[in-house]
Design a protein around this ligand. Structure first.
Ligand code: ADP
Length: 482
């Protein structure tokens, strides 16, 4: 098996690999079979404060570099990641479970943010503003916010890190990262490659550990940390927002979604099925932009359900490193239980299973890719993020009803719809309450486009030229007595 030369098991602070003070470790499991892959340093509050201090000390020299110098470090980091794509992808699949083709894609996707922000860092222009008063000149400059804390989830163990760390570093900030305890190995290998790229000690620190509350408290209460960027559940995002109030930190939050996927009667149904497979079943349904509710117009409902069920029935599930599978395991037993509870609730309220419907009887946390028909808006599955491979099909009659159903949620991350009517496309795209819309497209994420949500799905944008703004402050300079 082609693995990285080394699996890094220690945390990374101030350019050094370090154990927890009390030497404690915790096991990281392979979700495909439950086996322990590695025992990783289990840090807490004290070590987090050390990491914050390392980031504070590294900040002046890092922000003093030219954007071009920082860009060169990032480009070297990018190249090293690309050279190691295959071993990094294998490590990612091993700890997270997603199919190898998806992991290879994630390594490229994750690296693309480093490449992109290596360029964008050079373009953080200020302004010259005409003064309303004589004898004055007004200009603005942009400066790095300072020390940044990043807290990331397990569903994209590589890309959720680079999407935050790359713009922060490009802007001249230093970073303390707390990766998800389920997937620290992908974070640590990124740190190893950053070190190899020559990125100075203390600029990028990785605090591994299972006590998210203690680490999170240290990060949010520190007055040194000027910004928190978080991707994860809405519940924890709200908690962190409250915790950041006492030091008035800037925040980027990328929280849960409840994406509608609408199929109108004028849609190309085959294209809609292809889009639904991507938007729903990628990463076995474990992404925040995954379609959570499929709204299908009455006259095409039966045809679409049949086509989708046939396509879903061909998806093969299995351990990523043992074959060419399209579905991996879910992350843990709780994830399997949640998917099962959503299906049970839907069935009790009258939904039917067209395909799938239960866990696979094997090791690991595999769940059959599932299509449910006869789902209605009051069921649990239509209101909570399922985060699993289940497509619930809800029937609607009119365009107005589809928009109303789509917007009937506190979330506002992504939405998708299929139609070939130009008037409808404009109307629906403008009426959907969300940050991103896939129009006849099921895969919308890339480094050039602004990723983010409205309503309770979050604050700020990642990627694109907007992504670096979240790590900079505007300073206004007033030149008087001229
Ligand atoms: P998920 O359900 O996807 O695991 P979470 O929001 O629980 O979503 O986790 C996302 C990230 O937030 C992980 O790194 C997790 O360890 C971290 N986290 C969870 N609870 C807290 C907390 N109270 N304070 C700080 N970080 C937390």
């Amino acid at each position: 098996m082609m693995m990285p030369e080394v699996i890094y098991r220690q945390a990374f602070i101030n350019g050094q690999w370090c154990d927890a003070q009390d030497k404690s470790t915790y096991p990281v499991n392979n979700p495909a079979n439950g086996e322990v892959i590695a025992h990783v340093s289990n840090l807490g509050e004290t070590e987090t404060l050390e990491a914050i201090d390392a980031a504070r000390q590294a900040l002046p020299a890092w922000q003093k570099l030219t954007a071009k110098q920082r860009s060169q470090y990032l480009q070297t980091w990018y190249q090293l990641i690309i050279e190691q794509q295959e071993p990094l992808a294998r490590l990612l699949s091993l700890e997270q479970g997603k199919p190898l083709t998806e992991s290879r894609g994630e390594i490229l996707y994750g690296a693309s943010f480093i490449e992109w922000f290596a360029e964008e860092g050079k373009r953080t222009y200020g302004e010259t503003i005409p003064s309303p008063l004589p004898g004055r000149r007004i200009t603005t400059i942009k400066q790095p916010i300072g020390v940044v804390a990043a807290i990331t989830p397990w569903n994209f163990p590589n890309a959720m890190i680079t999407r935050k760390v790359a713009p922060a570093l490009a802007a001249g900030c230093t970073v303390v990262l707390k990766p998800a305890p389920e997937t620290p190995l992908s974070a640590l290998i990124l740190a190893a490659l950053a070190k190899k790229a020559g990125i100075p000690d203390g600029v990028f620190n990785v605090v591994t550990g299972t006590d998210a509350v203690a680490i999170g408290r240290a990060l949010t209460q520190s007055p040194v940390v000027r910004k928190l960027s978080f991707t994860g559940s809405t519940h924890v995002g709200k908690l962190l927002m409250a915790q950041c109030a006492s030091t008035v930190k800037k925040m980027s939050l990328e929280l849960g979604g409840n994406a509608p996927f609408i199929v109108f009667d004028d849609a190309d149904l085959d294209a809609a099925v292809t889009g639904a497979l991507t938007a729903k079943f990628r990463n076995s349904g474990q992404t925040c932009v995954c379609a959570n509710r499929l709204l299908v117009q009455d006259s095409v409902y039966d045809a679409f359900s049949q086509k989708l069920a046939s396509a879903v029935a061909t998806l093969q599930a299995g351990p990523a490193l043992e074959g060419d599978f399209q579905q991996g395991p879910l992350i843990n037993a709780a994830a399997v239980a949640k998917v099962q509870s959503h299906i049970d609730d839907a069935r009790q309220h009258g939904a039917q299973v067209l395909t799938g419907g239960q866990p696979y009887l094997q090791d690991g946390f595999f769940f059959q890719p599932t299509v449910l028909t006869g789902v209605t808006e009051n069921m649990l599955i239509a209101n909570e993020e399922t985060f699993g491979p289940v497509a619930p099909l809800i029937r609607f009659q009119t365009e107005e009803q589809a928009i109303q159903l789509a917007n009937q949620t506190e979330s506002g991350l992504a939405a998708y719809f299929y139609s070939r009517d130009i008037g409808r496309i404009v109307r629906v795209a403008e009426a959907l309450e969300c940050g991103m819309v896939g129009i006849n497209e099921g895969a919308i994420s890339n480094e050039s486009a602004p990723f983010g949500g409205i309503k309770q799905s979050g604050l700020g944008r990642e990627g694109s030229r907007h992504g670096i703004e979240d790590y900079m402050e505007i300073k206004y300079l007033c030149f008087g007595s001229l």
